[in-house]
Ligand binder design. Structure first.
Ligand SMILES: [Zn+2]
Length: 206
């Protein structure tokens, strides 16, 4: 059991990011038992889960950009934006939280990417504008007000939403531990770049 000032943040553990889903992370399903065990063992006093939750015409979908295809890179609101297959559409089965985890131990379920024109990789900030001024989701305040000083992150995908959440957590003043084995990337060749980005941000990998 960790101290009461440590929170677990589970990012986007949803069927659309699993093998067979709309935007699969290879082997993404292999992290589910470990995360389920962490929750059921009550190792963390505070658990937050995020849920990617897009309107059907979301701007991150390649289908919304004429002549574009999934994984094309564009710029949106001054941020690099990868265009994705349609995924995690609000109310669909693929957008649900993974049924193999007992979410009753989650204190907060934060939905993100809910605005049509704005994507949100990070649990803490929207993908809009320069890093330090991106619009906050309110999660940093929620954690700070509850006395949380350290955040452990896991989930999907290692190279996007988990990485961005970890970086923003560090910027927001939390000690951060990146639970590497409880993450999987959507782009397999990204691991070296992810490790470098984490080290540059002073984030512990463990
Ligand atoms: Zn998304």
């Amino acid at each position: 059991m960790y101290g009461t000032d440590v929170a677990l943040l589970v990012i986007d553990l949803q069927p659309d990011f699993m093998p067979g889903g709309a935007l699969p992370c290879p082997h993404g399903d292999t992290i589910v038992p470990g995360i389920a065990a962490l929750l059921s063992a009550r190792h963390y006093h505070t658990v937050v889960a995020t849920q990617d939750w897009h309107p059907a015409d979301h701007a991150s979908f390649a289908s919304q950009h004429h002549g574009r295809k999934p994984f094309d890179a564009i710029e949106l609101h001054g941020q690099p934006q990868t265009l994705w297959p349609d995924h995690c559409v609000q109310g669909t089965e693929g957008a649900s939280l993974d049924a193999r985890v007992d979410w009753k131990h989650a204190d907060l379920i934060l939905r993100k990417g809910t605005q049509r024109l704005v994507d949100s990789y990070s649990a803490f900030r929207e993908n809009i504008g320069p890093q330090a001024t991106r619009a906050p989701t309110g999660l940093a305040g929620w954690l700070h007000e509850r006395g949380i000083r350290e955040v452990h992150v896991c989930g999907l995908a290692r190279d996007y939403c988990v990485l961005w959440s970890a970086q923003d957590a560090a910027i927001s003043g939390f000690r951060v531990r990146f639970l590497w084995e409880l993450t999987r990337p959507v782009v397999a060749a990204s691991d070296e770049a992810t490790r470098i980005a984490l080290m540059e941000a002073g984030i512990e990998i463990g």
